[in-house]
Design a protein around this ligand. Sequence first.
Ligand code: NAI
Ligand code: MG
Length: 490
Amino acid sequence: MTELERKQERAPVPSAWTYAPAPEARDIVTLREQYGHFVGGEWLEPKETYTTISPATEEPLAEVGQATPEEVAAAVDAARAAYDNGWSEIAPSERAKYLFRIARILQERSREFAVLESLNGGKPIKESRDVDLPLSAAHFFYYAGWADKLEYAFPNQRPRPLGVAGQIIPWNFPLLMLAWKIAPALAAGNTVVLKPAETTPLSALLFCDVLRQAELPPGVVNIVTGDGRTGAEIVKSGGVDKVAFTGSTDVGKAIQRELAGSGKKLTLELGGKAANIIFDDAALDQAVEGIINGIYFNQGHVCCAGSRLLVQESIYEPVVDKLKRRLTTLRVGDPLDKNTDVGAINSKQQLEKIQQLVASGAEEGAEIYQPPCRLPEKGYWFAPTVFTNVAQSYRIAQEEIFGPVLSILTFRTPEEAVEKANNTPYGLSAGVWTEKGSRILWMAERLRAGVVWANTYNRFDPSSPFGGYKESGFGREGGRHGLEPYLRLT
Ligand code: NAI
Ligand code: MG
């Protein structure tokens, strides 16, 4: 034993040792008491409203509109008028200018947006600050660059806009999903009606302020708020030429049925049940970090989360040991605290879904592990959870939990890993951890997933297309591919 090791043994970290609170100041955000719908560049007084809350405290934050069919129709009309009265005809370099402006303003106001995103959605401030905001701005920068280069993106074709895009987004990355939808639509010359999810409307409403600051022509982007009923109105609307949806597979299927035969273009980004595959030659400590990032990032509210861990049998024990140890260091709590790793569950409804699936896992015979952690009394919380002894047939190995819950399975050979990884109705993403480049390529060729990460997980870049196979949907967002759903190519 070295001198240092002896010292460390004498003075272990006290078990009660804890971080001091490090809360991000909330006063950079000014909330209004009530928000309307942003239509034709103006705030429309809402006919019906509901209360949006903070999922970490259940504290009411603001009243927001539940858009009626008439209000949705007004937004679609405004988008159509803006399309016809100039937006589709202005010089593409002008469109680029607006997108660059939006990107710059998002950067300038990023702390404000980050705090609001964590307040309304429950995600840790370090994630909204370091992931959601930089990536949102990056998407606008990236598509600003394409706006006047469409003929180079699609050589020998004539790219033209479609018209009005109806866009419906979920609550897990509210502003980032808005950016993924709006940036390519505008770059391609379309106008937009967008609906944020009912639990997280506030960052989209603050974004209307950015649109005004950027002097985007009125009606080019319209934001209506409300729940699924409002979404369904957008989908049905005869004035919409294209629908883009991110959310549950059930709603995606319903939208596809509704649009069948209508001639409207459709892209769907739906659920996932990704395999994160660890081979015995992987760098284990890095792999454990990748497992943690893969499933506990954003409370596991991630469509591409690595929710099924496939570990090669020979390293099962060290991986599970290291993982459990690492789990005890995760800090669960106040989303606005800069030291928080795992924040609040987005809604009561989502918490109940997680609880139900976790209960089914225990009933079916899996073994549950949760690190000791004290959860706040108010709000919606779920401790980081690992299931071992999981059979392929269990619901926790089949269904999307969309929470901080990992199911661990094992495999012996690469062939078996591929077979198990692909044994799901989904196909959005996968992770492979191995030292061998050849094995990475061999695996990537065989995994039926839109994205395959190698020796990393949950990496995003606006230039890299993202999207699914099978029940994870169709169409790509990001990259040159992300322009295509918003263009007519002749
Ligand atoms: P959801 O699919 O109901 O909600 C997503 C968006 O669709 C929201 O804006 C919602 O208002 C809207 N919507 C709901 N019903 C609609 C309809 N009939 N027509 C048009 N728009 C409609 O998802 P929910 O209920 O919030 O979550 C349920 C499960 O879905 C989650 O537990 C998770 O498994 C999955 N999900 C997957 C997401 C992803 O990123 N792929 C995002 C959100 C949820
Ligand atoms: Mg739903």
